[in-house]
Design a protein around this ligand. Structure first.
Ligand SMILES: *Cc1c(COP(=O)(O)O)cnc(C)c1O
Length: 347
């Protein structure tokens, strides 16, 4: 095959394998679907749309509403079918991509697909930011940093993020703070980007907003940064029906707060319970999942799956030997997880 760029040869597929199980705790999804009344209202609005017509080129109407709601200049907002696509667009545009090891795998994957030079800085002791190493390596390009961090659930100190934001300004780079899990931590880093065009925020409707299947996310950035991302994305990228769903969601954001509150409560209950496990060790988390260290990830994973509980292995990541990631689901799901975890032959 001579059709494609040489750097795409031997690219490994995105690390996800679909497995069926009664209790699904492997994708950090919300355990709760969008409330039925909101679904029905969204369907009514979809039915009223002219399906033969293209949507707005950059979802301007929705963008205006979202901008007003989050208090951000309208021209700095980019809506997209999933924040993963924004990560790809940023990686295509970037001179270089820098992230952490371990981190959300899509940053590295997108950089490789884009053929953009890529580097990762390992986390420090106890999943901390190695600020000194990051400041030394961040000489421009795009730095992707999730806070709360995935896949550890750690929350980084704001002073460290401020230092990186200042560094981005000094070197003319872009610090992209991925706030996919912010609702589960109660954090909002947007102030770091308000007077600094070298900081952008990524957000998603896939987690607390319970819309993983809908595919929607957005970027908050300086207008000149947003303009580049819009040009890299195809025109009319946000489907009209997605726009109808988001309109309803933005008019009724209260349910996401209830989802986040329930998940936080369940996360603390499961974390405390796991502290009594003879061999497994949970790490404190600010997201909708727990990272759990076991003596043997493959055995622990298989044991849970045999009990009908699907989690995600993380032991392929640097520093995460033995680790599993457990999404926080509904109470009954977490009861099933705990029963299976404590029934383990202490593998
Ligand atoms: C889940 C997740 C996202 C969301 O991606 P979407 O494409 O919006 O579903 C983004 N960043 C991180 C770190 C995530 O874990």
């Amino acid at each position: 095959m001579r059709a494609f760029k040489a750097h795409l040869r031997g690219l490994s597929p995105y690390p996800y394998k679909k497995v069926e199980a009664p209790v699904k705790l492997d994708q950090n999804e919300s355990p709760f679907d969008l409330p039925q009344a909101l679904k029905e209202e969204a369907l009514r609005r979809m039915a009223r749309l002219p399906w033969n017509r293209y949507p707005e080129i950059h979802a301007e109407g929705l963008r205006r509403r979202l901008a007003a709601q989050v208090g951000w200049p309208e021209e700095g907002v980019v809506l997209s079918p999933g924040s993963n696509l924004l990560i790809l667009a940023l990686s295509l545009a970037a001179e270089s991509v820098l992230d952490l090891a371990p981190s959300f795998p899509h940053y590295a994957h997108a950089a490789r697909v884009a053929g953009t030079p890529y580097r990762a800085v390992p986390l420090g002791e106890g999943f901390s930011l190695d600020l000194e190493a990051l400041l030394a390596v961040f000489q421009g390009g795009v730095l992707f940093l999730p806070n709360p961090h995935a896949p550890t659930g750690a929350l980084f100190p704001e002073e460290a993020l401020e230092a990186l934001a200042e560094r981005a300004r000094e070197v003319g780079g872009l610090l992209v703070l991925d706030e996919a899990y912010r609702e589960f931590a109660g954090t909002d880093l947007s102030r770091l980007g308000r007077d600094n065009p070298h900081v952008a925020l990524l957000r998603t409707f896939s987690k607390a907003f319970s819309l993983g299947g809908v595919r929607a996310g957005y970027l908050l950035a300086a207008p000149e940064v947003a303009a580049v991302v819009r040009e890299v994305l195809p025109p009319f990228v946000l489907p009209a029906h997605t726009g109808a769903i988001l309109e309803v969601v933005l008019e009724n954001p209260g349910y996401a707060e209830r989802v986040a509150a329930l998940v936080r409560k369940e996360r603390e209950r499961v974390y405390q319970a796991l502290k009594d496990h003879p061999t497994w060790r949970p790490y404190p988390s600010h997201a909708n999942f727990l990272l759990v260290r076991t003596p043997h990830a493959a055995e622990a994973f298989a044991h849970l799956l045999a009990q009908g509980v699907l989690v995600r292995r993380q032991d392929h990541y640097p520093g995460l030997a033995g680790c599993l990631r457990v999404t926080i689901g509904a109470k009954e799901e977490m009861d099933a997880f705990l029963r299976a975890a404590f029934g383990v032959a202490y593998a």
